[in-house]
Design a protein around this ligand. Structure first.
Ligand code: PEP
Ligand code: MN
Length: 265
């Protein structure tokens, strides 16, 4: 397999923009709101993250909501707001593409294409993002085995795009105190099986903010190449995933906790 360590021994390093590298020595953080809700609130969040040195901004324009009556995202408007943030701050932007029909549009604005957990086995979508030249964050399906996860990555790489970043975001188990169960063993296991970088998203794994700092530190200690975290200036007003969104202040405190852990690995 093209994604296997046997095929390629050295770690794949993926450059994003001018400053960021995923898979190298640093542990870059991707942070931002679950969804882009408006220009002003996005600017508030992005400016706070930029001020604390977060190198990459995330934000959903097309949201895969469980209910068709929930906020579905602002679409192209959200992509425009994010690219304006990039213009102003230099932060590369990460956003989800849900459907092959949206790929050209999302491609036009995004620096990194995200494939969500619900689309990990959307093979047409994987094939399409395999034919573009921008990095892809592939999130693990909420019920996917490690083998299935790697085969989905193989779809993308085998179609020509080797810039794939794997993201462990929690899997479904019987436990209901947390939204999902963060499978941290996936990190060292994936690092053993594949040369692709592995990042961890504690926000979607836990679904609550109080456990995020501990698990973010644990993810870095386990060898994660990066973290994805949801941040909102007013989590209680967020249109999606407010319960798991850190405030900028909590994000800043987490950065301080992470620093010695990142230095130690
Ligand atoms: C997200 O990143 O906002 C998201 C919807 O993630 P996942 O696909 O992991 O649920
Ligand atoms: Mn979310």
């Amino acid at each position: 397999k093209l994604v296997s360590r046997e095929f390629k021994e050295e770690n794949t390093r993926i450059r994003i923009g001018r400053q960021v590298e995923v898979g190298g020595e640093a542990v870059p953080i991707i942070a931002g709101p679950c969804a882009v809700e408006g220009r002003q609130v996005l600017d508030e969040i992005a400016d706070a993250l930029h001020a604390m040195g977060i190198p990459m901004l995330r934000g959903g324009a097309f949201k895969p909501r469980t209910s068709p009556y929930s906020f579905q995202g602002l679409g192209e408007l959200a992509l425009k707001y994010m690219s304006d943030v990039r213009e102003r701050t230099g932060m590369p932007i990460v956003t989800e593409v849900m459907d092959p029909r949206d790929l050209l549009l999302v491609y036009k604005y995004a620096d990194v294409l995200q494939i969500g957990t619900r689309n990990m086995q959307n093979f047409r979508l994987l094939t399409e993002v395999g034919q573009v030249d921008k990095p892809v964050i592939l999130k693990r399906g909420m019920s996917a085995t490690i083998k299935e996860f790697l085969m989905s990555a193989e779809y993308i790489v085998s179609h020509g795009n080797d810039k794939v970043i794997l993201c462990e975001r929690g899997i479904r188990t019987f436990e209901s105190e947390t939204r999902n169960t963060l499978d941290l063993s996936a990190v060292p296991l994936l690092k053993k099986l594949t040369h692709l970088p592995v990042v961890v998203d504690p926000s979607h794994a836990l679904g609550r903010t109080d456990l995020i700092p501990a698990m973010a530190c644990a993810a870095v200690a386990a060898g994660a190449d990066g973290l994805m975290l949801e941040v909102h200036v007013r989590p209680q007003e967020a249109l999606s995933d407010g319960a798991q969104s850190l405030t900028p202040q909590a994000m800043e405190e987490l950065l301080e906790r992470l620093e010695p852990v990142a230095r130690a690995v």
